[in-house]
Design a protein around this ligand. Structure first.
Ligand SMILES: Cc1cc2nc3c(=O)[nH]c(=O)nc-3n(C[C@H](O)[C@H](O)[C@H](O)COP(=O)(O)OP(=O)(O)OC[C@H]3O[C@@H](n4cnc5c(N)ncnc54)[C@H](O)[C@@H]3O)c2cc1C
Length: 465
């Protein structure tokens, strides 16, 4: 279990290039705290000064609930039982002030804007996410994808047309616009033949291309999907950076292909379309190197969202069921080395060409954040120019986000929005996918408690004075 693991694997002031992939797995905790930059120790409860007592109590309560594995693992079932028992209204009344308020920005533009304005005052930037997730067997026809496109276009508009929009980002799931079945089919075809980026760019421009290996229906759906992506990308360029999510390995190659097509078409002068790399995958470091090489060859700017990855259990189970090797690293330490190694690769290319490469260090892991900050300093990367930024989910690890903002780093919160019903499946998945993090947030809970105690004492002092 992650919570019980010693996570201190890097002597922090040693330059990364000297470390290679070797890590010290135990016994460096005290050394680390001696060496790390004091400002990024993430141990100051005053990071939460900006929160109201109600918000502190809510966060404590929600994190407490999330610390029960039985509850988190079965939260999908529990939620649907509660919804049936309480009815739509009762269920919404129960969730809105609690779990929903912790992890979701709101339902309509007024609510979302209020949350975003507050975040903006704290130096946090928005990365809006339309909570649509589809997997195999969930596809529901062209109309649904068109509706999803409208929701994404609305997200683009909202992201850039408000006072709180500072260099905004948004997340995009390709499977909300192109059926997961077709993505799987394309992935299989890509293993047999290379797809020409230029051909796909022409299809995106509206040319009626026939793709090898696809029947008429699939071909027509791919053309529609590419045009939907084209519309969203066109609306975003020069306004909002669109970060394409990584999903399952049985479809990721197809998702990367269409993302690269968008990059080729739209990232000529800057990184407006970004791809995500999941470092829990054994192949992740070679994928990043390939992307860097392709961007040089094709002449586009590359934006990278670096994550550890959210679908570990399902990937492992599937590989076991199909009798093949798991695509996931064998242990957390290997995934960690992979994350930090790819981070270093990207920081090095950014230091050489900050106008052509960008990265968002999307993690709640304090050590990776510190490592990144330290390496940025070594390489002379400006923390304010946005070529390197950080990302965490709304409602999680605020002590990390707020400290980074205070220290002048570009920091984004991934912010889902929508009705209770629309966001719940997304939240359940998030809770389950991130249970390793949620269970490991004892530190955030400790800091929240310290801040509450500090305020209580302050109040008492004032009352007795
Ligand atoms: C802004 C943002 C965007 C995101 N977008 C995506 C996305 O597009 N696609 C996606 O898949 N995820 C995405 N995620 C989720 C992310 O992948 C992580 O699951 C999550 O953030 C936890 O990792 P961590 O680095 O924060 O925490 P840590 O606690 O350092 O790491 C936990 C993670 O390590 C990995 N891990 C744990 N145990 C093992 C093990 N035994 N062997 C191998 N690996 C292990 C798992 O990935 C686990 O989630 C996103 C997260 C953020 C903050």
């Amino acid at each position: 279990m992650l919570g019980s693991r010693v996570r201190t694997s890097f002597p922090l002031l040693m330059p990364l290039r000297q470390l290679g992939t070797a890590t010290v797995r135990t016994g460096v905790a005290s050394k680390e705290s001696e060496l790390m930059p004091a400002t990024l120790a993430f141990q100051d409860p005053r990071a939460f000064q900006v929160k109201t007592p109600g918000e502190l109590l809510r966060a404590l309560g929600v994190f407490r609930l999330c610390s029960f594995p039985l509850l988190v693992n079965n939260c999908g079932t529990l939620m649907s039982i509660a919804r049936r028992l309480l009815g739509k209204r009762g269920f919404s009344m129960f969730l809105r002030p609690t779990v929903y308020a912790q992890f979701v920005a709101g339902e309509d533009e007024t609510e979302i804007s209020q949350s975003m304005e507050k975040m903006s005052l704290l130096g946090l930037r928005p990365m809006l996410a339309v909570p649509i997730e589809e997997d195999l067997g969930e596809s529901t026809g062209e109309k649904r994808y068109e509706d999803n496109m409208e929701a994404m276009l609305e997200c683009v508009r909202m992201s850039h047309s408000n006072a709180w929009s500072k260099d905004p980002m948004m997340q995009l799931k390709i499977t909300a616009l192109l059926s997961p079945e077709l993505c799987v089919k394309l992935t299989t075809l890509m293993a047999q033949q290379a797809y020409d980026l230029n051909l796909l760019v022409r299809a995106m421009d509206g040319e009626s291309i026939s793709f090898p290996g696809l029947d008429d229906n699939d071909n027509a759906h791919l053309l529609c999907g590419l045009r939907r992506l084209d519309k969203i990308a066109k609306a975003s360029v020069d306004k909002v950076r669109v970060l394409v999510d990584a999903e399952y390995t049985y479809m990721n190659p197809a998702l990367s292909l269409v993302t690269m097509v968008m990059m080729k078409k739209f990232n000529t002068d800057g990184a407006w379309i970004w791809n995500t790399y999941q470092c829990y995958l054994k192949e992740s470091s070679s994928l990043i190197r390939e992307a860097i090489d392709l961007s040089k060859k094709e002449g586009f700017c590359l934006g990278v969202k670096l994550v550890r990855g959210a679908y570990m259990d399902k990937e492992r189970k599937l590989a076991e069921k199909e009798g093949r090797q798991s695509p996931i690293h064998n242990c957390w330490e290997d995934a960690n080395d992979s994350y930090n190694g790819s981070l270093n690769t990207m920081l090095e290319v950014i230091s050489e060409q900050p106008e052509r490469y960008r990265i968002i260090v999307a993690t709640h892991n304090e050590e990776s954040v510190r490592l990144s900050a330290q390496r940025m300093e070594e390489l002379g990367i400006d923390k304010e120019d946005g070529s390197v930024c950080f990302g965490q989910l709304l409602g999680m690890c605020d002590h990390v986000s707020l400290t980074l903002a205070k220290e002048g780093y570009a920091i984004y919160k991934s912010v889902p929005y929508g009705s209770v019903d629309d966001t719940l499946p997304y939240l359940v998945r998030r809770a389950q996918e991130n249970r390793t993090v949620l269970q490991g947030i004892r530190k955030e809970r400790d800091l929240l408690r310290q801040e509450l105690r500090r305020r209580f004492r302050q109040k008492l002092g004032m009352a007795t004075a």
